[in-house]
Design a protein around this ligand. Structure first.
Ligand code: 2BA
Length: 108
């Protein structure tokens, strides 16, 4: 069994969640924040069998768009951006996907 951790743009998250649940994958959606841009994104936890991992990745890839993010002067002060980078454009996503091996899963 695998645990897929997928970080997706908030604008794509509902479509990704619907597409996965329509194919009977079990999905947990977490509201998260990227450490660089310091803006909200969505992290999905998806537990599934090894042979389904590629299908999950395909569905996520299909519904996750690459975007450019124009940083605002009100975000990330002293964090991801140096002062000179404020107002610059950053390419974000589609999705960032990690696949982890799972020793066991239980439901009580
Ligand atoms: P953020 O950390 O807010 O990063 C947003 C985008 O900013 C990244 O897009 C990348 O294009 C750029 N970026 C991030 N860190 C950078 C740095 N140190 N120097 C220059 N540019 C940087 P993506 O790569 O598509 O990542 C989108 C979001 O996925 C990230 O949001 C973060 O929440 C997550 N993520 C990406 N790679 C990760 C990793 N290796 N570990 C954990 N989370 C990751």
């Amino acid at each position: 069994m695998k645990l897929i951790v997928a970080i997706v743009n908030n604008d794509d998250s509902n479509v990704v969640a619907s597409a996965l649940t329509k194919e009977n994958f079990m999905v947990t959606k977490l509201s998260t924040t990227g450490g660089f841009l310091m803006v909200g994104n969505t992290t999905f936890l998806i537990g599934t069998e090894d042979d389904k991992v590629e299908r999950v990745k395909e569905v996520i890839r299909k519904h996750s768009m690459v975007r450019t993010h124009q940083s605002k002067t009100t975000e990330s002060f002293g964090q991801g951006f140096s002062e000179g980078a404020l107002g610059s454009e950053v390419t974000v996503g589609g999705a960032t996907v990690f696949v982890l091996s799972v020793d066991s899963m239980s439901k009580y």
